[in-house]
Design a protein around this ligand. Structure first.
Ligand SMILES: [Zn+2]
Length: 338
């Protein structure tokens, strides 16, 4: 039990829940003892037996919990919520930011058809689409839909065990991503907005009404990061892996990576016209033929596209959807011809 559960702060326990694959590593749920007994994130449906075991080791059953607070609408953070509530006899209340409510209530992160259309525009070859959509099905199986009892917004104060936590809305990773700040303790629970070991993905937000995704997720991510910098938390408890003790160093690392990525993308585009997909393949030459390939390529396209959005926002590129492709024009006149 030592590794599965640990008291990380007085009356706050971290529960590590298994996830398939190496990245981003096991999901962290945090249990706040006291009233209202609160679980922050739940892991996946498949991790539920581990969660129950961890609760039991503290002498608790699901019926002893009052509420589940979800940091964001990804399957590894809300997947066990429905089972947990069912096993509590329906007494657990489920809370999430209003912008991620739909993901939790439908159990699906993405509108599949719109994602498919976007990926084709990005130049992704057809043969990657089927394995990718099968993978989306696997994700869905990790998180049955769950009714949300209450939504919160930025600035709301939540009772978590014997503590009070302020909601800091930090869109970027998802539209409703939220961190919880315990002011009295100077500690932050970040979900996936801050991760110690990798820069979190600011995932492309495919839009069912627009041909090209318009939500500027990279810009939102860094604006959200500034919000956290202003709070200056002494310690950040993350959604995966170990807590972050030196948040300013992590924020610096994110910005350096961001700058390096965009320079690399500009350099690739200056060599000649490319699709988003081709740019992604050049940016990540290490992507090889693994079983996770289609997911990796999806994340790589998402990364390139969201950086292009930020570059467009600064007037350095122009994105157009023409003849079934996203065309990328460089505004510096340095674009080579193929
Ligand atoms: Zn996530």
């Amino acid at each position: 039990m030592q590794k599965l559960i640990r008291e990380v702060h007085p009356d706050i326990y971290r529960i590590r829940l298994p996830l398939p694959g190496k990245k981003p590593g096991p999901a962290n749920a945090y249990l706040f003892m006291g009233k209202p007994a609160t679980l922050l994130d739940t892991g996946t449906r498949q991790g539920y037996p581990h969660l129950k075991k961890a609760l039991a080791s503290l002498g608790l059953s699901p019926a002893d919990l009052d509420q589940v607070v979800i940091t964001h609408g990804h399957v590894d953070h809300f997947g066990a919520a429905r089972r947990l509530r069912a096993d509590s006899g329906g007494r657990i209340r489920v809370l999430v930011h209003e912008a991620d409510r739909r993901s939790v209530e439908t159990g699906r992160d993405m509108p599949t058809l719109a994602v498919g259309r976007f990926l084709r525009l990005a130049g992704l070859p057809y043969h990657y689409l089927v394995p990718l959509f099968l993978l989306f099905q696997v994700f869905r199986a990790m998180a049955p839909s769950c009714r949300v009892d209450e939504t919160f917004v930025d600035g709301d104060v939540l009772e978590l065990g014997r503590y009070q936590g302020r909601v800091i809305h930090t869109p970027g990773h998802t539209p409703g991503s939220s961190c919880i700040f315990l002011e009295s303790e100077n500690i932050l629970f970040s979900g996936d907005h801050v991760l110690g070991h990798i820069t979190p993905n600011a995932l492309v937000e495919v839009d069912v009404t627009n041909i090209l995704p318009t939500r500027p997720v990279q810009k939102e991510f860094y604006q959200s990061l500034e919000k956290i910098e202003q709070l200056d938390p002494g310690k950040v408890f993350t959604g995966h892996r170990k807590p972050v003790e030196d948040f300013p160093a992590i924020a610096r690392m994110y910005r350096e990576n961001f700058e390096a990525r965009r320079q690399a993308i500009m350099a690739i585009l200056e060599q000649g016209e490319k699709t988003v997909y081709q740019t992604a393949r050049e940016l990540f030459p290490e992507l090889d033929n693994t079983t996770r390939l289609s997911l990796e390529i999806y994340l790589a396209i998402s990364e390139v596209y969201t950086h292009l959005q930020a570059l467009e926002d600064e007037g350095r590129v122009k994105l157009l959807a023409e003849k079934g492709r996203i065309l990328i024009h460089l505004e510096n006149g340095k674009q080579g011809k193929p």
